[in-house]
Design a protein around this ligand. Structure first.
Ligand code: FAE
Length: 558
């Protein structure tokens, strides 16, 4: 979607009411963005390099190489594993199918803007697939060159799963909302894990390592770019829902400078979803920078793991395709590793494990592989406000608060921005709900791919839970749902998730620390371990669980 697209479509004879009900943006749905200052990674962590991106590119892994530890994927789980193993003196090779994202494009920027997506936006698509894909009821996707872009919109039969691709995984594309679940909800999040150790040690360690911080409430109360969130708070509170500030990994001091006009704008320039050129502390600037600084971690971007199997001499043989930026294979490499960590994300890890079991390469994996996948109950919607409730034409792309109705209604709704650059009178929300439905990945021998048996209708419980918040607010405010953001006369964004979880559940497919059953030396250390729901945004829990598990693995297995 471009700046010019929206006003053009809005001018085609729509009524004022229609305009208000229709003005939306692909942007609001996206959690968000930035550049980072250094995260001082205390509590057992190293110092992250301030503002530094991923560092100079090293040579990628060579065909025939042997490494002590190979980590598949460079998201949260993989980055924690790499840093802690390196600090314990182990050499680590990280394999990442996406790009390094350390080199500016022709426009001088590493990442493209959400308002003007180019080839950098999507993973191997010839047309964008924006999560909010309609404006005033019109489709807004556009053609782009096929390229190894940053956001993967991966289609399964009943759901599109959005994921980050590149060094840093989901941290490159997400909104940075860094939420620790309420302790009373933790038993349902990770039933086999001791909450005491998580809340005393591993959540604090994860928050420190990620550089999590909270918006200054006094600044929030006055600044133009959070008017949308103040309207969201007002409406929540008038309907007697608690509105809670939510921490984020955005550098809040940097955002103040953006607002003051003394720093290059990112959050205040609509950067969201396709990377953030400034204030966001992605993993490239925290865990991965610290891991590289040990001198013991190498990263091979544009390398995709295709198989892992026991090797004759002990350890595992890992086959890797080296990709070019059109997705073509330029080399196939075979390497060996003593130990392999699956950190390819819930979908990536599940797809690999299901395939390796079904094709007999890892025959001893148990029957829990592929099971227990959930969408974290994600569902989106918008509300059309009255003319006296403008949400502001300048909106920070970083969400900073939510409406908590988890205990009573099973929903936690992030008050999300719609940073279109024009006044929309719209409130937009991404709800996380207690949707109980779970799906399973299975290998499809006829296609050679992996299917997921999620059905779109399984979102209905999520919609019902979100309605416990928004029906009440609409009734109180005398407002209506928007019907134009996800199609024509369609209220709910129920076709997608940003938060895939599960597929190799802790203490089922693995032991209680992520060791895969049946094949010693293989581990899962990412969102695949988590049984489908975290009650809030997931990456802090993924990071904290990885911190817990790697500490045990280093103490006992290495
Ligand atoms: P992930 O970060 O996905 O990393 C996996 C990595 O493995 C990726 O870089 C892949 O490219 C790579 N990979 C996959 N397969 C292979 C292979 N075969 N060979 C080599 N590499 C491979 O996994 N969460 C929050 O808590 N707060 C938010 O505000 C938030 N906003 C979000 C907004 C968007 C638009 C999206 C898409 C997600 C958002 N999330 C948010 C979710 C969060 O980013 C996600 O839960 C974590 O990134 C998952 O971490 P993992 O370590 O499991």
């Amino acid at each position: 979607m471009s700046d010019s697209t929206m006003p053009d479509k809005g001018s085609k004879g729509f009524s004022r009411r229609g305009f208000i009900a229709g003005t939306g943006s692909i942007l609001g749905a996206m959690a968000v963005a930035g550049r980072a200052n250094a995260a001082q990674m205390r509590g057992g962590a190293a110092a992250g390099a301030a503002g530094a991106a991923a560092g100079p590119a090293a040579a990628p892994i060579a065909d025939g190489a042997h490494v002590p530890v190979l980590v598949i994927g460079t998201g949260y789980g993989g980055s924690v594993a790499a840093l802690r193993l390196a600090q314990a003196g182990v050499d680590v090779q990280m394999i990442e199918m996406g790009m390094a994202w350390d080199t500016p494009g022709p426009d001088g920027k590493i990442f493209c803007n959400t308002l003007n997506p180019d080839q950098r936006s999507y993973w191997l698509r010839s047309r964008t697939k924006a999560p909010l894909n309609y404006f005033l009821g019109f489709p807004i996707d556009r053609d782009i060159p096929k390229y190894t872009g940053i956001l993967d919109a991966e289609d399964f039969a009943g759901i599109t799963v959005y994921q980050g691709r590149g060094v840093g995984g989901g941290s490159l594309v997400n909104g940075g909302m860094a939420v620790t679940p309420k302790r009373e909800n933790f038993g349902a999040v990770l039933p086999s894990v001791d909450p005491d150790e998580m809340y005393s040690t591993y959540y604090p360690r994860a928050n420190a390592g990620l550089g999590v911080g909270l918006i200054d409430p006094a600044w929030f109360d006055t600044v133009d770019c959070y008017q949308f969130a103040r309207v969201g708070r007002k409406h929540a509170q008038r309907s007697n829902f608690p509105y809670v500030f939510v921490p984020d990994v955005y550098d809040w001091d940097y955002m103040k400078k953006e607002a003051a006009g003394t720093a290059t704008k990112s959050a205040l320039d609509g950067e969201i979803l396709y990377g953030n050129n400034n204030g966001k502390k992605s993993l490239q600037k925290t865990y991965i920078a610290a891991a590289r600084a040990t001198g013991k971690v190498s990263v091979s971007p544009l390398h995709k793991v295709t198989t892992v199997s026991p090797s004759g001499g002990g350890g595992y043989t890992v086959v890797i395709q080296q990709l070019d930026t059109t997705g073509g294979t330029v080399a196939t490499k075979s390497v060996t590793a003593d130990k392999v960590f699956f950190a390819a994300g819930s979908v990536g890890t599940s797809k690999l494990l299901v395939t390796l079991k079904a094709t007999g390469l890892l025959p001893n994996l148990n029957n829990e592989i592929g099971k227990g996948w959930g969408d974290n109950g994600n569902v989106m919607c918008g509300r059309a406000n009255h003319l006296w409730d403008p949400t502001g034409k300048l909106q920070a792309t970083i969400p900073c608060g939510g409406i908590d109705n988890w205990a009573a209604g099973g929903a936690f709704a992030e008050v999300a921005p719609l940073p279109t650059g024009i006044e929309t009178y719209a409130s937009f929300y991404l709800s996380i709900t207690k949707n109980p439905n779970r799906a399973q990945f299975t290998y499809n021998a006829s296609t050679g791919g992996v299917d997921l048996d999620w059905q779109t209708a399984w979102k209905q419980p999520a919609i019902d839970m979100a309605k416990t918040i928004f029906d009440k607010i609409n009734s109180k405010e005398g407002t209506i749902y928007r019907t134009d953001l996800f199609g024509t006369y369609k209220i709910w964004g129920d076709h997608l998730t940003y938060h895939p979880l599960g597929g190799a559940i802790l203490n089922k497919a693995t032991d209680n620390y992520g060791r895969l059953h049946g094949h010693p030396g293989l581990y899962v250390i990412d969102g695949a371990l988590i049984p489908g729901n975290t009650s809030v945004n997931p990456f802090v829990t993924i990071t904290a669980l990885a911190e817990r598990n790697i500490e045990k693995i280093i103490a006992t297995d290495l």
